[in-house]
Design a protein around this ligand. Sequence first.
Ligand code: KG4
Ligand code: ZN
Length: 356
Amino acid sequence: MTVDSDSVRYILALESSCDETAAAVIDRDLNPRSNVVASQYELHRDYGGVVPEIASRAHVRRVLPVIDEALKEAGLELSDIGAVAVATQPGLVGSLLVGLTAAKTLALVLDVPLIAVNHIEAHIYACRMAARVDTFPCIGFVVSGGHTNIYDCTSPVDFELIGSTIDDAAGEAFDKVAQILDVGFPGGPAIQKIAESGDPKAIRFPRTFLKEDRLEFSFSGLKTSVLYTANGVPGSHVKPEPLTPQRVADIAASFQAAVVDVLVGKCKQALQQQNRSILCVGGGVAANSLLRHKLEQMARREGVQLFVAPMSLCTDNAAMAAIAWESLDRGHLANLDLDVTPGLVRHRKQKTKVRS
Ligand code: KG4
Ligand code: ZN
């Protein structure tokens, strides 16, 4: 198929990597003409985390209505769509396959190009979209429920993973601590709210690797520390302080402060190590107001330009798949044998793959 990318006016993008079924229509100026997200959080709430089988079944039920809604909201017909983009990695395999199957079908039926999107890179690209200026080269930081990854981004199609977590992701830690404190799911927004009335200095939780010269994260020790602070150390005769509302708020605020210190500290290290002057931050945890505030302070001190994804593009959505325009313009198209890649690829320089 020969594609005149200049003739494409709208990309329809699909996202189903975890527990959000999303579709968006994005125009060539990177404006989302629609951005529809069907969240499944009520289906997973009772389990305190995403259940893969429940997630994929819900995607199957929701993907077509979500696409219809995205087209309706954009005031467009399927025939207006010039290319279809879909998140194919990383994520839950069953979930990713639902979006991919829908995208392939549409691309085939409409006879338009199919474009594979890396979900993590799209989180970083959300900053470029909102900024309306070029944000590359930069340090890209994705801090979400599944990932805490730092990338050296030379261009919008060249991302090198230079730091990640050796155990839990930051968002996962928020979710687990929220479970320990029994304050709700998803944990991030619940912890943030409760932390407002707590003292962030009440408990000195560990800041793993913060002082070490390595771009790695670890949140499992912090999580255990919160567990022991809340419920007591197993086998110890020392009783924990009663979990009054004030104590819960203090633990939440102290936990949040520890996570944010580490996240901001590692961004600073990455900027210095790679000698970059632009930082782009995306992903669900980037919605956290303390993190946003501390990143701004650090960026000002370091003389670095900071772009944080707007709230509407922080948590999972399909509009951030606007990165597909970069692929389309470079002729990086997928074939109909495109598959999902649930795991993380450490370094990716996109290769041109022209659809036959
Ligand atoms: O990017 P996202 O929607 O999904 C993944 O790709 O993982 O991120 C979801 C994560 C959840 O762990 C949620 O608790 C966290 O983002 N989150 C927050 C906040 N809002 C969402 N964490 C801290 N503070 C928030 N305000
Ligand atoms: Zn995400």
